[in-house]
Design a binder for this molecule. Structure first.
Ligand SMILES: *Cc1c(COP(=O)(O)O)cnc(C)c1O
Length: 393
């Protein structure tokens, strides 16, 4: 058998990530590979750190991309900050809080879970009770933007609560970075991680992180070594933090970093505040169309993320049939529900370059066409006009 080159179809990505990658970023990814210790490359790494500080709104010196996907950024935070025997309060209101618990336990810590229903924001009162009942807790960990449900939690308030109880904070901002308000220094977040393939609209595989001085103190004063050699920040910093005196630790994903650099340059050109506003504007247009059709959001308006829209699947409609037809007939990818929400919701991502008018018209138009064809109980002939009206308002 002769295997030939792989040529992917051109899809429109409106799921939970990856999102559509802008052509400028795809072009950047294909620029000539150079050595990862080449002075020109090192300069690009320094610029990438500065651009990430802007995206995170922080002056933290340790702000850098981990050479692996968002999950590795998560592990970097836990592996460096959690020591054996540490108690960590973990908030769970969707899939990713459960992964935080796994991380705590694998680092030898114990996780105290604060649980909220999927689709809800993290409940501040429950967190406060947990902090009061566990005075020996060292860290509070939570997900800012829960991609499995589309709920946003109040990061600023949660961090304040944690600090009042002498806890550090680990924040999952994989889906919030670049898509909705996030201010690492103003909110005094201690350790945060994100991903490149959500609202930064870059190819997957890199995880931006940022650590405050307070968090680094804990890393420097550990009684034992970080159990992961690859993610040990003491070693990684010799590579990313060493300027032109960089020590070899691993080979950075050279071309992937060209892509991230380009994505961050684009974010700077647009302006972070403008990017947040665009996501909200596009969310409002999508919402107008879906609601005109008669579909409902599962998250309360007050906690809804603009970049991840979870809507209920109409009665009697088969989830897989609709998503399959969207993919085959319209080259459009939507996300399925996870866990308890499997088969009950669609997750429609409006992340980064995916958050634009033509995607919304395609999504609403294609959904209406297929749902009508399946004789689902929806209102027809009104959704596209509602989108149009919202976009023009
Ligand atoms: C996507 C995502 C992750 C994991 O990122 P990967 O790049 O898939 O490893 C973690 N947390 C949240 C909230 C996410 O949406």
């Amino acid at each position: 058998m002769t295997i030939s080159s792989f040529n992917p179809p051109i899809r429109t990505l409106m799921g939970p990530g990856p999102s559509d990658v802008h052509p400028r970023i795809l072009e950047a990814l294909s620029r000539p590979t150079i050595g990862h210790l080449d002075p020109v490359f090192v300069e690009m790494m320094e610029e990438t750190k500065a651009l990430l500080q802007y995206a995170f709104q922080t002056d933290n010196a340790l702000t850098m991309p981990v050479s692996a996907p968002g999950s590795a950024g998560m592990e970097t935070c836990f592996a460096n900050l959690v020591e054996p025997g540490d108690k960590v309060i973990v908030c769970q209101n969707g899939v990713f809080g459960g992964r935080m618990k796994e991380n705590v336990e694998r680092c030898g810590g114990s996780a105290v879970m604060v649980e909220d229903d999927w689709g809800e924001a993290v409940d501040l009162a429950k967190v406060e009770t947990a902090l009061e009942n566990h005075k020996d807790a060292k860290i509070l960990a939570f997900v800012h933007a829960e991609t499995s449900t589309g709920a946003r939690s109040d990061a600023k308030e949660l961090v304040e609560l944690a600090h009042r109880h002498d806890c550090l904070t680990i924040v999952d901002a994989v889906t919030s970075l670049g898509g909705s308000e996030l201010k690492v220094d103003d909110w005094q977040i201690d350790a945060i991680y994100s991903g490149t393939q959500k609202c930064l609209s870059c190819a997957p595989g890199i995880s931006p992180i940022s650590f405050s001085e307070r968090a680094l103190d804990k890393v420097r004063n550990r009684s034992g070594k970080v159990q992961s050699w690859f993610l040990d920040l003491n070693l990684v910093m010799g590579y990313w933090g060493g300027g032109q005196k960089r020590a070899y630790h691993h080979t950075a994903p050279v071309n992937g970093l060209y892509g991230l650099h380009e994505a961050l340059v684009m974010l700077q050109e647009e302006g972070l505040g403008n990017a947040w506003t665009r996501h909200t504007k596009m969310h409002n247009a999508l919402k107008a169309g879906l609601e005109a059709m008669g579909l409902d959001f599962i998250v309360d308006e007050a906690h809804r993320l603009p970049q991840l829209n979870a809507v209920s699947i109409p009665e009697g409609v088969d989830d897989a049939t609709v998503r399959g037809r969207l993919l085959n007939e319209y080259n459009l990818e939507l996300g399925a529900g996870l866990g308890a929400l499997a088969g009950k919701v669609w997750r429609i991502g409006l992340m980064g370059h995916s958050a634009r008018a033509e995607n919304i018209l395609l999504c609403v138009g294609a959904l209406e066409a297929i749902l009508s064809d399946l004789r689902a109980p929806i209102n027809t002939g009104v959704a596209l006009a509602a989108v149009q009206q919202s976009l023009q308002s």
